[in-house]
Design a protein around this ligand. Structure first.
Ligand SMILES: [Zn+2]
Ligand SMILES: [Zn+2]
Length: 262
């Protein structure tokens, strides 16, 4: 049977479209370096995965920032200069890794390109992190940092909730999506200093049901810790309503000198 040129063109276009769709759902190349990935890898090649800098000791006992090893090796409960100067409202913050190239690309694919498949990659990273920290936050309730509904509408999903759900599953902790609500749509914070971010985020959260918060130890989860202003504001509101301990966990941590662009 002869295929007319017009029909052939349509078929080729459909095939190209399907390939594009397949590449989007199951990319052939690593999302970070564009190198080829093997069948067993999902979105990141082995060398990019190995490049993710997990944050381990020594770090600040309170905010979790990696300690500067240029001075005397800090003890386990060492508190950094920033925390000593102006302590955060949360008790402790920890992050999986440095928010530099690989982790940043991974988070962006998930957050801005809506590539939900990247969640499986994040799941593997979280499993690895919590295998090294199995007792993290036992007895806590996991609560994501909420998005304002206008952002939720624009983005179609809530990245902090999805990360919090994975964390709760791995640590076998209860997940409570509705402890906080975001009452103000805040301006984008990318270029702000810590003080500007703190002003911008002030009053952004409210507690939904104070009786759900009182006496509870809460683990707040977000995607990235930049200056800590957002999680600090959420912790302040939770503590005001009588929360016990408030800990923070984020996937990425911006550390000055470690690819801190957003
Ligand atoms: Zn790669
Ligand atoms: Zn600190």
């Amino acid at each position: 049977m002869q295929v007319s040129p017009a029909k052939g063109n349509i078929a080729a276009r459909v095939l190209r479209g399907l390939r594009k769709l397949l590449d989007f759902v199951f990319p052939q190349d690593c999302i970070s370096c564009d190198g080829k990935i093997s069948e067993r890898e999902c979105f990141l090649c082995a060398s990019c995965k190995a490049d993710i800098g997990f944050i381990r000791q020594p770090h600040c006992f309170q905010c979790g920032v990696p300690a500067d090893l240029s001075y005397a090796y800090p003890h386990e409960e060492f508190v950094c200069g920033d925390c000593r100067k102006s302590p955060f409202q949360f008790d402790q913050a920890r992050s999986l890794g440095f928010y530099d190239t690989v982790l940043r690309t991974t988070i962006h694919h998930f957050k801005y390109r809506r590539q939900m498949g990247v969640l499986t990659e994040m799941d593997l990273l979280l499993e690895k992190y919590f295998t090294e920290n199995p007792d993290f936050c036992q007895g806590f309730t996991v609560s994501p940092i909420p998005l304002h509904f206008s952002k939720m509408k624009e983005r179609g999903f809530d990245q902090a909730f999805l990360i919090a759900r994975q964390v709760a599953r791995i640590l076998k902790l209860p997940l409570e999506g509705g402890l906080l609500r975001r009452v103000n749509a805040t301006s984008p914070q990318a270029c702000m200093t810590r003080a500007e971010r703190a002003r911008n985020i002030k009053g952004a959260f409210e507690v939904n049901r104070p009786e759900w918060v009182a006496g509870k130890n809460i683990l707040l989860v977000d995607d990235v810790f930049t200056t800590g202003a957002t999680v600090n504001e959420a912790a302040k509101i939770l503590k005001k309503e009588g929360a016990g301990k408030v800990y923070v966990f984020t996937l990425g941590r911006v550390v000055v000198g470690k690819g801190s662009g957003l």
